[in-house]
Design a protein around this ligand. Structure first.
Ligand code: 9MR
Length: 596
């Protein structure tokens, strides 16, 4: 009691010398949702806050809670909770004589974000012209990039001295999405990205026909599936023809030495990537890429990515386009068999011109693919395989990311139609337990995000959003609104409630992403080029890989959540990527669909 009295007696006015920074979700807040601001201030005593309406009247007021020193941001943090305010309108939050810019409380705050973030995938399409009518304006229109992508396999020596024999065929791998700021198309990363959009379809039936800006809108098929099919068709093209023998690296790889290649039956595997032989300069408009495009050797990981999403495709298109569904199922089964035959062909890393997407533990990829094939076919062999893996029962180790895909299988078993109840129930329990851990992390993180770490990985914003996806699923399974609140905390962070006061999404908020690492949206390098269209997510703070010059200039000088700059050259912190925008679409569309 004494303590409380002392707190209440403490000065509520900040002295003129105390700097105050107020961080809110710049997009705004849902009427029925939680509403939290983070206030960075050295004050050890609570501060008075006021929520002002559009006419400057006080709509609510209170005192901050002092959360204390926060290692992730380097800030001394207070929290202001104005969740009680539900009336739609424009508001500003004021603390210590400082006020935010106006932000709305409205039931549709996530609507245009959902639409714009999906449109990113249209704009990343390869092999087709990007049209002004669907891209949101003439500045984003461009000629088709790589419209006739018929490619041979890499042959000759790579940078580590492995001499590759190449292959006897070429594949037409036109289409798909460019991965990121580069023009590579990678099966591994295509897999999780496509899965995320397809899962959103299965869970929430988002983006019915005619709701998105796409050339296919109006064709009688949900727009989300139209966009997803653009990538699915490409992934199917990346499959090695049946009966092919290739010399591939089998087993663990010594990264310092040339690889030993062994002839294997590679039919049904998937090429790891199609990409430029050498890195192209920034900027490079896709249609002006003059580099040689090559197919890189198949990997077991790519093969399992193909198996997983093709199985997902088979069950989703069964009722929409049975012939396409059958193609997908056949590809999935051939890929699965090929992976069982070649379980240890890891992606070779000796190439330049594109990213590595190397992964040396494929137990989670096997688990994911088995889960998708089981959900689609119900065949006992896949269930046996799932049951033999510890991933079927052990607590989830992490949120999904391109090298950690176990949770994708868990989510599918927990959400796909036709999975036996007992399996669904057990997998839901794993996801809810993970959500509980994320909530506990939220409660001990200064900025109250469900990600309490001081190690921010490459693409950290996607880790945060993938956790939000699991939190929203936990809410769906249990009805417990605490999980949904945790997901909104994650969205708040990405949209401005962070120490940099940065909306990491282009076109949204008063301080949006403007200069991503991208070869076309690069106005800081060439003023004739457009900035990013709305709805594009930056990878976000990275204090674990100082891979670019911008990062190196900050090394040792930034608190984890501040290791970020809006710079076109900062590829380790400010690139964009399909696997990062996908959970943004998922979370924004889901929050919108369930908003009140
Ligand atoms: O997202 C990838 C990240 O996890 C890796 O640490 C990083 C370095 O290997 O590569 C990232 O992926 C990039 C890919 O290799 C090439 N296209 C752009 C991707 C995003 O930066």
């Amino acid at each position: 009691m004494k303590k409380l009295a002392a707190l209440l007696a403490a000065p509520l006015i900040v002295s003129a010398t105390d700097p105050v920074a107020i961080h809110v979700n710049q997009l705004g807040y849902l009427p029925a949702g939680p509403k939290r601001a983070v206030v960075a201030s050295p004050s050890r005593a609570p501060l008075a806050w006021r929520l002002l309406d559009a006419r400057g009247r006080t709509a609510a007021q209170g005192r901050t809670t002092v959360a204390g020193d926060d290692a992730a941001s380097g800030d001394h943090v207070h929290l202001a909770d104005f969740g009680g305010v539900r009336a739609p309108g424009e508001y500003r939050l004021s603390v210590g004589g400082v006020a935010t810019r106006p932000f709305p409380i409205r039931p549709d705050v996530y609507r245009s974000l959902a639409r714009a973030s999906l449109n990113f995938f249209y704009q990343q399409r390869a092999g087709t012209p990007i049209e002004a009518a669907h891209a949101g304006g003439a500045q984003w229109a461009r000629a088709a990039g790589h419209p006739n992508e018929v490619a041979a396999c890499f042959s000759g020596p790579d940078q580590r001295g492995t001499v590759w024999p190449g292959c006897l065929y070429k594949l037409d791998v036109t289409g798909g999405w460019y991965d990121a700021g580069d023009h590579g198309k990678y099966v591994v990363n295509g897999g999780i990205s496509l899965w995320t959009l397809l899962n959103l379809h299965e869970v929430a039936a988002s983006f019915p026909d005619g709701s998105a800006a796409l050339p296919e809108a109006g064709n009688g098929v949900p727009d989300l599936l139209d966009e997803a099919r653009w990538e699915m068709e490409f992934l199917l093209r990346m499959q090695v023809p049946d009966g092919t023998r290739l010399a591939l690296p089998v087993g663990p790889q010594d990264q310092q030495k040339p690889l030993r290649l062994t002839p294997v039956h590679a039919g049904g595997m998937a090429h790891h990537k199609i990409a430029d032989r050498n890195w192209t300069a920034l900027p490079t408009i896709p249609a002006e890429d003059r580099e040689e495009r090559l197919l890189y050797p198949p990997s077991t990981a790519a093969t399992l990515n193909l198996a997983a999403v093709a199985a997902q495709c088979a069950r989703i298109w069964r009722s929409i386009d049975p012939a396409f569904a059958a193609r997908c199922l056949s590809a999935a089964q051939r890929a699965w068999t090929a992976a069982l035959r070649n379980p240890e062909v890891y992606a070779a890393q000796g190439f330049t011109g594109s990213g590595g997407y190397g992964d040396w533990d494929l137990s989670d990829e096997f688990h994911w693919a088995a889960a998708e094939l089981y959900a689609t076919t119900g065949a006992p062999a896949y269930l046996d395989r799932l049951r033999r893996s510890p991933l079927f029962t052990a607590p989830l180790e992490s949120e999904p990311s391109w090298p950690e895909v176990a949770a994708l299988g868990t989510i599918t078993l927990a959400t796909a139609p036709g999975v036996p109840d007992a399996v669904t129930k057990s997998q839901r329990a794993l996801l809810v337990a993970a959500a509980d851990r994320f909530l506990a992390e939220r409660d001990r993180s200064g900025y109250r995000i469900p990600y309490a770490t001081t190690r921010y990985p490459w693409g950290s914003n996607s880790n945060v959003l993938n956790r939000a996806m699991i939190l929203l699923l936990a809410h769906r399974f249990t009805g417990d609104t605490r999980y949904r609140a945790g997901a909104i905390d994650a969205a708040d962070y990405v949209l401005g409630r962070n120490p940099l006061d940065q909306s990491y999404v282009s076109g949204f908020g008063w301080n949006p992403l403007r200069n991503p690492h991208h070869r076309f949206w690069a106005p800081s390098l060439d003023p004739k080029l457009p900035g990013p269209p709305p709805g594009v997510l930056s990878g976000g703070p990275n204090n674990t890989a100082w891979a670019d010059d911008v990062a190196r200039s900050m090394q040792g000088k930034c608190a984890p959540q501040r290791c970020w700059r809006d710079d076109v050259n900062g590829f380790a912190m400010n690139e964009v990527a399909i696997n990062w925008n996908a959970p943004l679409v998922w979370v924004a569309a889901y929050l919108d669909a369930t908003a009140r």
